[in-house]
Design a protein around this ligand. Structure first.
Ligand code: ATP
Ligand code: MG
Length: 398
């Protein structure tokens, strides 16, 4: 057993000593069998939430309504979830109510894919009710039970499936793939936030081209925000050789570029996908830098406004679409050579300007600071107090 499981053994043993069943379940079991690194282990038990809480001294109700209690053990938190079924689904997105049960079988039955429905006992034995081990071996994604029904119950499972196709580089079983095509429209019932998590995991996965292929073929894309008319743009991403993305900024900047959006439209796209204001700002910046690079007009001032991190994002995107001579190395070297990296690096600030030049606070001062930044970045004036004040004085006279 890998260390994270070993560390959690005392918790499972305590549950068992109290007469309950307890197993490791979910992604950590799957990833261990695939020899992939694991982060945290999920524990499933026949004990009800109240029973778990009575057994352990330190617990936190992280998701008590779904039956999840976090047990704190020597500084580590373990999510323990009571066996449950999700019997009646009415709105294609979540169970009407969670029903706690005492049987592991019932709990495994409600899981999405066979490879995610394995349970690991403390003695290392695997419980495999749906042929998950064989599917792991065959690199196959197959829904537990009747695929059509399972996607009808919860449409997010379709996005999870195409996400795993990329993340694990697995094929989707035929019946499961057909069921996704048949139920794709139900994805519109799922919240954008939850779709986005899977979409980004798909793009930064091991084989994004395969994931994109399934995403396109099944028409899932048509039910994603502002993607309906973007088949060609998505195809373009799919055909990028060596497509390798590391973070969400890169993903959206590449998408915006392949969709041929303006920086402003890129901002609207990520807004529609419910990204944070910060992400929106970053993608807009990176997209502007990409535009400048593609036009061969990456000026020092644009480098300055873009900043190091988004400049790296823009470089990666340009490198992926591979239609200019820019190399990341030369761009980043040029950036590192800028006289200042942000307004904080200017040796004068608003207060100093006001004091020496007798100007009122307000828009004029802001504009002056921008002009000073521009002049310093373009090496028209040195970043020294006297030189800057003199330059600012001339700006006033003009
Ligand atoms: P990851 O490596 O991304 O964490 P994971 O399989 O662990 O993958 P989680 O979202 O952490 O994904 O879910 C844990 C487990 O819960 C899954 O392995 C699966 O058994 C079950 N599960 C999660 N989401 C669903 C769903 N929408 N429908 C059915 N079962 C699900
Ligand atoms: Mg997980």
């Amino acid at each position: 057993l890998p260390q994270p499981f070993k560390d959690a053994l005392p918790i499972l043993e305590k549950l068992r000593d109290a007469g309950f069943e307890a197993y490791f379940v979910g992604g950590s079991v799957r990833d261990t069998l695939l020899n992939l690194p694991i982060h945290d282990v999920d524990i499933a038990t026949s004990a009800y939430p109240e029973e778990i809480k009575n057994l352990f001294s330190k617990t936190v109700d992280t998701g008590i309504e779904h039956g999840t209690v976090m047990v704190l053990d020597h500084g580590t938190g373990y999510e323990i979830t009571t066996f449950r079924t999700e019997s009646t689904y009415q709105d294609y997105r979540r169970p009407d109510k969670v029903q706690f049960v005492r049987s592991l079988d019932e709990d495994l039955k409600r899981r999405d894919l066979t490879i995610n429905a394995l349970a690991l006992k403390t003695n290392g034995e695997i419980i495999d009710l749906f042929g998950g081990l064989k599917d792991l071996d065959k690199h196959l994604l197959r829904a537990v039970g009747v695929a059509n029904e399972r996607f009808h119950e919860d449409a997010l499972r379709m996005m999870r499936t195409v996400r795993f196709a990329s993340q694990l580089d697995f094929k989707i079983d035929n019946e499961t793939l057909t069921a996704i095509s048949q139920n794709a429209a139900l994805l519109s019932k799922i919240s954008v936030e939850r779709i986005r998590v899977e979409w980004i995991k798909l793009l930064i996965g091991k084989n994004p081209r395969a994931g994109l292929e399934d995403f396109l073929k099944t028409k899932l894309y048509m039910y994603c925000p502002l993607f309906e008319l973007k088949e060609a743009g998505l195809e373009k991403i799919k055909t990028i050789p060596n497509l390798k993305l590391d973070n969400e900024e890169q993903c959206w900047t590449l998408i915006a570029t392949c969709f041929e959006l303006t920086a402003e439209e890129a901002g609207q796209l990520v807004h529609a996908w419910k990204c944070s204001k910060e992400l929106k700002m970053n993608v807009t910046k990176a997209k502007k830098a990409v535009e400048a690079m593609l036009a061969n007009e990456l000026t020092p001032y644009i480098q300055y406004l873009t900043g190091r991190d988004m400049l790296e994002v823009a470089c990666r995107v340009v490198q992926l679409i591979n239609i200019t001579d820019y190399t990341s190395m030369s761009v980043m070297l040029a950036y590192e050579g800028l006289p200042i990296k942000s307004r904080k690096d200017l040796v004068v600030d608003g207060n100093v300007l006001r004091q020496f030049l007798n100007i009122e606070p307000g828009p004029q001062l802001g504009k002056m600071l921008i002009q000073l930044e521009l002049a310093v970045v373009n090496r028209k004036v040195r970043n020294e107090k006297l030189a800057l004040l003199e330059y600012a004085q001339k700006l006033i006279v003009k």
